[in-house]
Design a protein around this ligand. Structure first.
Ligand code: SF4
Length: 397
């Protein structure tokens, strides 16, 4: 029986001294997440050892453009400033010309990823979106997204990575033929957060069972998949660990989860959670370290712009990826938090002793899985990747 965080950490350190260390247990993870700041240096050291055994010396990022295909959304998450109702100022659905204009500018800046991030099925709630789609010539937002991914794949050197919310098995298959990886944040497994006035009140698409179902469907089809957790939105420590373990279980069953994002909640003016407390630096680092020890052989990402100005510290928690960074477009989900300049990201990453490498929206070890989804992806990935599977495009000076 484990007695204290110190005892757990001693066991963990001994465990990760071995090259074939097993992931820590739920009980150990909960103990460590409850530990105090005095234990943080030892916890971070264990996480860094685990990362060293997984991918030594290299931290990756994806150079991208962010395409908010539509910011209309049928959900109302308590922390979101991205979404709009149709008549709200700023409500917008991009036209194909607007999409390609951004893609072309991204090409000129050495980008290799076209991230499509959009609201979840707005046409189910808003007749205005149904009209927009009719004018564009598509039956649904997903049909429109598919066509734009296909266009980007055919007419540019960028590779699409769509994040459209919940998808059926049929849509997972369709989109996986025009994009080398797909994404859906699990965010949490807490059902409590769907209750009145909680973070996911009025957000039916954030039901954890539905999201786990999508990730599992993607696994059955061997689709390289990005998911992750959002911390600090009202979940307990135990629920946070359970969400990471749910992701781990799916990875053990299907082997398709190419990366796990650990995103920290940031309070935004004008939202129902504007005055909700944000997770501090130590809590974020503790969570990253525990995630690394729970998922020792998975890619773990944390967005640097949400931890500015001290984002380089996130490397101490055992992450091995910075996620998508754009030299061109803002982070439309967190527009008040600009991405770091790539030169600065490189400088800070190197100062911590790592090499910064540009990856594609599909990780090198998942490239063949992505290529097997369609001949056009196979062809495009051959020209987009270097011999090791990283982005062949040299970063512009
Ligand atoms: S977080 Fe996503 S699903 Fe929730 S309201 Fe915003 S756009 Fe919609």
């Amino acid at each position: 029986m484990l007695k204290s965080p110190t005892a757990v950490l001693d066991l963990t350190a001994a465990q990760f001294a071995s090259p074939d260390a097993r992931p820590i247990s739920r009980e150990a993870a909960c103990h460590l997440l409850h530990s105090d700041d005095a234990m943080l240096p030892s916890l971070l050291a264990a996480a860094q050892l685990a990362r060293q055994r997984f991918k030594p010396g290299i931290i990756t990022y994806s150079r991208k453009v962010f395409l908010p295909l539509t910011n209309l959304c049928r959900d109302y998450c308590g922390y979101c400033t991205f979404r709009r109702d149709p008549r709200e100022p700023g409500a917008h659905t991009m036209t194909p010309d607007e999409v390609m204009e951004v893609v072309r500018a991204g090409e000129r800046m050495g980008c290799t990823e076209a991230l499509f991030s959009l609201g979840d099925k707005p046409e189910l709630l808003f007749p205005q979106m149904r009209d927009t789609l009719r004018r564009l010539g598509y039956k649904s937002t997903l049909h429109y997204l598919e066509a734009m991914c296909e266009k980007v794949l055919r007419e540019s050197s960028l590779l699409p990575h769509p994040n459209p919310g919940l998808m059926s098995a049929e849509w997972l298959e369709r989109l996986s033929r025009v994009a080398p990886s797909l994404g859906l944040m699990l965010e949490t497994t807490s059902l409590r957060l769907l209750a009145k006035d909680a973070a996911h009140d009025h957000a039916p698409d954030k039901d954890p069972a539905k999201r786990l179902h999508v990730i599992e469907d993607a696994g059955r089809r061997k689709i390289p998949f990005t998911t992750g957790i959002l911390i600090g939105i009202g979940e307990t420590i135990e629920e946070r660990v359970d969400a990471l373990i749910a992701i781990r279980d799916l990875q053990e069953r299907y082997g398709h989860i190419q990366e796990v994002i650990v995103q920290n909640f940031r309070a935004k003016t004008g939202t129902p959670m504007a005055h909700w407390p944000e997770p501090g630096r130590e809590e974020m680092l503790r969570t990253l370290a525990v995630a690394r020890l729970l998922l020792p052989r998975m890619n773990i990402q944390a967005p640097p712009n949400l931890s500015d100005p001290h984002y380089a510290d996130l490397l101490d928690g055992g992450i091995n990826d910075w996620g998508g960074i754009s030299p061109l477009t803002p982070d439309f989900i967190n527009p008040e938090k600009p991405w770091p300049h790539l030169d600065e990201l490189q400088r800070r990453t190197e100062a911590k002793g790592f090499e910064l490498r540009q990856r594609l929206p599909v990780y090198p070890e998942f490239r063949s899985q992505a290529a097997s989804q369609s001949p056009s992806l196979d062809e495009r990935l051959l020209s987009a990747a270097d011999g090791e599977g990283y982005a062949a495009t040299k970063r512009a000076a």
